[in-house]
Design a binder for this molecule. Structure first.
Ligand code: PLP
Length: 485
């Protein structure tokens, strides 16, 4: 399997090289030359547990690992030390859909599904490519990636990690999770700016050749744990195949609360591998760039950035969309991405707008009010409590269902535990919680949901703050230099 850059096919890489590099040298994203078909029947796959299924899916994409290397990475990640559910993930039926709970990992958000395995994929890739330097992970986070990456790389020998987050753009729990991170090799820095600023500046640091040369001299090499890394994308395909094979309906819809377009792109790859997906419903919050894109074929980030209660979806530039665009627009991708950089918008070519791939996607969105109302409604109807991201998806799905009458079996990706966003969740159910202390709300949520406070939350309540650096949004490179040079 060869991977090539979305912007220039002459930049190619093996799977392990693509995992190591994260991003192609021309700033494009690595895409597989073709999407492989699942190698076994659904009946066979339905009998496999999560790690077995992960091997069946991942071996097709990461084909320069030996069976032993890949299985060892899978078993190091998907076990009950890292996940508090024996099946790793599970489906819960509530109201009109199934919820695929992807938040049973160490940081109680779906990012754990990929970031628990990425360090192992990366170290094996480094060995394979005879990399001598330490691998330094640079990551911009809208809240959840940061902690999941820190937890994944914490104290892993031969690695270091620097996480940048928007100082006022993440939840209290998200921030506390990050700034209490232990491990000599971990660094957390708040920036005065939003997530798009953080993402843009991290990308700049990656492509800064002077910085790279100075780092190399000191024995360091950058890599990315952001969702543009195929080492993130490929493990995410697994749970869509897993969900389908637990239910085995004729066709299935997936609804995915979307920010950077990584999670839903993995669902699309599952479709291309042969999972009979009827619709992929891309759910946005009030930052509904993607909703507009799927309705009009025009991507336009020139609009106000809205801070919502689903911060991991507060994104105006969805990086992974470039991979879908590359399928639709081919050679024009580089110039569309240049348009995006210069003018903040691009238009899909006319012939790309009717492509099968774009017909599969359905854009929907939910406002803050709709999100809150959905949390309350589902709690009152079923006693099931959603986090705000999942509630955006659930509310968007209800709108879609009313508009289309589509009754296809539907699975909603449940991307975070409600414990991660306790205030937004509880005040949606009852305004009386607004006056309570953030940390008292955990006990209240425990009472309402009947689900015990997860270990991830208990841990941060007692852990000391270890990171307090804050910098201006254009000073990221200086901060990196302070740490390593
Ligand atoms: C990251 C995240 C999302 C968005 O996922 P993308 O892959 O960026 O589209 C949604 N919900 C939660 C809780 C997240 O952490």
């Amino acid at each position: 399997m060869k991977y090539y850059s979305t912007r220039d096919k002459s930049f190619t890489a093996t799977a392990s090289q693509a995992i190591l590099k994260g991003i192609a040298p021309d700033g494009g994203l690595y895409v597989p030359e073709s999407i492989p078909k699942l190698g076994k029947s659904f009946t066979q796959l339905s009998k496999m547990d999560y790690p077995q299924l992960a091997y069946e899916v991942m071996r097709l994409f990461i084909d320069d690992f030996t069976e032993e290397e890949l299985k060892s990475a899978i078993n190091s990640a998907y076990n009950t030390d890292n996940f508090d559910h024996e099946d790793i993930t599970c489906l819960v039926q509530a109201d009109d859909a199934y919820y695929l709970e992807l938040f049973h990992g160490r940081t109680i958000a779906f990012k754990d599904m990929a970031l628990s395995i990425l360090p192992y994929l990366m170290l094996t890739s480094a060995r394979k490519n005879e990399v001598k330097e330490d691998i330094i992970i640079l990551t911009a986070t809208s809240g959840d990636t940061g902690k999941a990456a820190l937890a994944g790389f914490d104290s892993v020998p031969g690695t270091g990690i620097v996480v940048f987050y928007p100082k006022d753009g993440v939840s209290k729990v998200q921030e506390r999770q990050m700034v209490t991170q232990a491990g000599e090799n971990t660094h957390v820095i708040g920036i005065r700016g939003n997530f798009d600023d953080a993402q843009r500046e991290v990308k700049k640091a990656f492509t800064d050749e002077t910085l790279a040369a100075k780092m190399l001299e000191k024995g360091y090499r950058f890599s990315s744990a952001n969702s543009i890394n195929i080492g993130r994308l490929v493990p995410q395909i697994v749970y869509y195949v897993y969900a389908y094979t637990r239910l085995l309906p004729k066709e299935i819809n997936f609804v995915v609360p979307t920010g950077n377009f990584g999670n839903i792109l993995a669902a699309y790859y599952a479709y291309r591998m042969g999972v009979p997906i009827h619709k992929l419903i891309c759910a946005s919050n009030e930052n509904k760039v993607l909703y507009d894109f799927f309705k009009t074929g025009v991507y336009d980030r020139n609009r106000d950035f809205v801070l919502t209660s689903s911060p991991s979806m507060d994104i105006l530039i969805s990086s992974n969309l470039e991979r879908l665009v590359a399928e639709l627009a081919g050679d024009k991708t580089a110039s569309l991405m240049e348009d995006l950089k210069v003018t903040g918008r691009y238009e899909l070519p006319e012939n790309a707008r009717k492509a099968e791939a774009i017909e599969l996607f359905e854009g929907e969105f939910a406002t803050e009010e709709e999100m809150s109302a959905r949390i309350k409604e589902l709690y009152e109807k079923e006693g099931y409590i959603l986090d705000p991201h999942t509630a955006v998806a659930s509310a968007a799905y209800e709108k879609y269902r009313k508009e289309t009458g589509d009754e296809t079996c539907t699975v909603i990706a449940s991307t975070a535990s409600p414990y991660k966003f306790t205030r937004a969740v509880l005040t949606s159910i009852d305004k009386k919680y607004a006056s309570m202390d953030d940390f008292d709300l955990f006990t209240e949520l425990e009472k309402l949901s009947g689900t015990p406070v997860p270990k991830a939350i208990k841990d941060i309540l007692s852990a000391p703050v270890k990171h307090d650096t804050v910098c201006d949004k254009d000073k990221l490179i200086e901060e990196i230099e302070k740490i390593y040079l």
